[in-house]
Design a protein around this ligand. Sequence first.
Ligand code: FES
Length: 432
Amino acid sequence: MTSHTIQTLRELVKQDRVHRDVYEDPDIFELEMERVFGRSWVFVGHESQVKNPGDYFCSWVGLQPVVMARHSDGKVHVFHNRCSHRGVRVVNEVQGNAKLLRCMFHGWTYHTNGELAGVTQPEGYPKGYTFDPVQMGMPRVARQESYHGFVFIALDPNVPSFREYFKGVLAALDDLVAYSPENEVEITGGILRYGYPGNWKFQTDNACDMYHVVYSHESSSSGKAQYVRRTGDKSGIPFFDDQGKILTFDASGLWAFDGGHGWEGPVVQSHGNSAKWYRDYEERLKKSHGPERAHQILTRKRHNTIFWPSVVIQDLNMHIRWVRPIAVDKTEVIILPIKLRGAPEEMFEESIRMLNTTNSAASITQADDVEAFIRGHAGNRTRNGNPWILLARGHADSEVSDPAYDRGVKSFGSSEMLLRKQYQAWVHLMTA
Ligand code: FES
């Protein structure tokens, strides 16, 4: 039983700071699973991960296991991964294909839409005892939406509509699929995973923090810039100017929306790629979208876009970065490479190569972030003195509404505005 009240929870989040308990208190973590993940639209996978009837993918909403599966009717269904007999988790492989899903405990089976298919030894139940396939199935989640194949679900039937909830950031998904000559993306490049002993919010905070980049990732830069991420990109991401002065990412900008969603502006302006296959890609894009639109598409608008609280989509090395909370001090991050349908195969190969360099457990950049999360967890165990985590950078005076985006607010790139927006959303959900 938590000792927190609406009032004590409100006191943990100020306009320019957050109390360390938000990251460290096990009772708050339990409440978050119920009130943040239980009251939001949460990413559970992409339809391309379950291409064929019978394909399934094990996913999660906070601590709750769910299954995304394509049924024989061709539809993608998301249901709780729980047997109606005694509650055992039915599906345990990360993904696969099955005609029926079978519980290992007493052998009950379920269809790939979650409905009960069969009860073993039914003669042992009292006469007239019935098993309704839906009532005794693996329960469907309350709400489910798909947008360009990205599947989001809500456990609470009373959440705002999907489009209202993500108003502002859905444009990032429109722009993402436009990179594909077929206007379609798929997740078929495997999964990278890493974990860290720290709170899940260290990762969601970090996805919209351009302030840390030149310091945390200093070792991945040489001379004036970070390492080159694309064939033919001569410079890499600039860290320093000609005089050796640190470059901020302030000019890139930062956009935020209600609900804690938003994006960072681009850290480079184009793919900057001189490989033959890249020119082939440009030609395919021009053919399908027209030269003018192709140019617009290739002019980058974003770096990381956060669909708070569960998922980040990165434009530079296209991938989904998916946050899975396990305990107050334990988090897993799942990286799903995004493939552009209709683009040359070499483009996806390069993308996967780069994700191994930047976003795998042994990468030369992600390891820096994980180290910061571990030290953040350790430092915030201090019980004396200052209990606050400061998020004042760019507070108030730098935030301006951007008429280009309905209810969007803009600030400079290294502002902590988007973190503040996330904690406003956090306190709203936790005290609603
Ligand atoms: Fe699943 Fe018994 S718990 S069949």
